[in-house]
Design a binder for this molecule. Structure first.
Ligand SMILES: C[S@@+](CC[C@H](N)C(=O)[O-])C[C@H]1O[C@@H](n2cnc3c(N)ncnc32)[C@H](O)[C@@H]1O
Length: 270
């Protein structure tokens, strides 16, 4: 999703990170109205003159980009992104990363789990939000990705005891982790890309792992701006949409869907 990123190329990065939906917003009032109507909650309508309508203007895309770039990334993060591009994988967008750091700090996350380490971009954000004594358990089957993430952690001066990298598939590893022992669980792209049953299983495992007051975060919750469009019925979009509903309707969770990055679904475990 992201082009190769070099220090000093922020504008190019943001441009390449702009999702399709953001471009749609730019194309004028008609498509804006369509997007706004589409964005009305299930079965609901968008009343003319409502606060929600007032908040959705043709400038929404530029606001999204501004928010995306609001927290400036340092060279360690940019190099981790470069490694992701070199290895043909991707990483959370900057606004998502910054939000994850804030969430980790807000819940004083001493224990966190990440599904899909990649080259460590989201991990770095989480570790920055976690207290010094916090330990991040991060899961990925790709040894090469984990090696790249370890390089990023070393560059960031993260002590080796603060990360527990587990090599394997999340659905094999998560069941071995302790119930209610974690302050934050991040489900990345691999939690959504498999079958519908697998996606549900990832969420179930995440909820099981969270302590009361812990936070669930699911990246890509707007799935390339397809989730909000009911005409999109491909398997991946349907799965992500259903995961959203599942989290929203789960009485154990207090949810919110943040339109940051590719969409970040967050929920507090009650
Ligand atoms: C998009 S990258 C993760 C990016 C990372 N969250 C970040 O922002 O830096 C997805 C990663 O998930 C890993 N992956 C694929 N299938 C997986 C699975 N079943 N369980 C855990 N990780 C998996 C891939 O090897 C890849 O490194």
């Amino acid at each position: 999703m992201l082009a190769a990123i070099l220090p000093g190329s922020r504008q190019r990065r943001v441009t390449s990170a702009t999702p399709r939906g953001a471009r749609k917003f730019r194309s004028g009032r008609a498509s804006l109205a369509t997007a706004a109507a589409r964005a009305a909650p299930a079965g609901g309508t968008l009343a003319a003159g409502s606060p929600r309508e007032a908040a959705i203007s043709a400038d929404k895309a530029s606001s999204w980009v501004y928010a995306q770039d609001f927290v400036v990334e340092d060279d360690v993060l940019l190099r981790a992104r470069e490694r992701a591009a070199q290895l043909g994988t991707d990483a959370v967008l900057p606004g998502t990363g910054a939000t994850l750091a804030v969430l980790a700090a807000a819940v004083d996350a001493r224990t966190a789990v990440e599904v899909g380490t990649g080259t460590g971009v989201a991990s770095l954000y989480l570790l920055r939000g976690m207290p010094e004594a916090g330990v991040l358990t991060t899961i990925d089957p790709e040894v090469e990705h984990q090696r790249a993430a370890k390089d990023a952690f070393a560059e960031a001066g993260v002590r080796a005891t603060r990360t527990r990298a587990i090599s394997g598939r999340a659905l094999d590893v998560l069941p071995r982790l302790t119930d209610a022992a974690y302050d934050l669980v991040l489900l990345g792209r691999p939690a959504l890309e498999g079958s519908h049953a697998d996606a549900v299983a990832h969420v179930e495992q995440a909820v099981r792992l969270l302590r009361t007051g812990g936070v669930l975060a699911v990246d890509h919750a707007l799935w390339h701006d397809r989730v909000s469009d009911p005409a999109r019925r491909d398997e991946a979009t349907t799965t992500v949409r259903e995961i959203g509903r599942l989290v929203r309707d789960d009485e154990r969770l207090l949810p919110a869907l943040l339109p940051v990055g590719d969409g970040l679904l967050v929920a507090v475990r009650r």
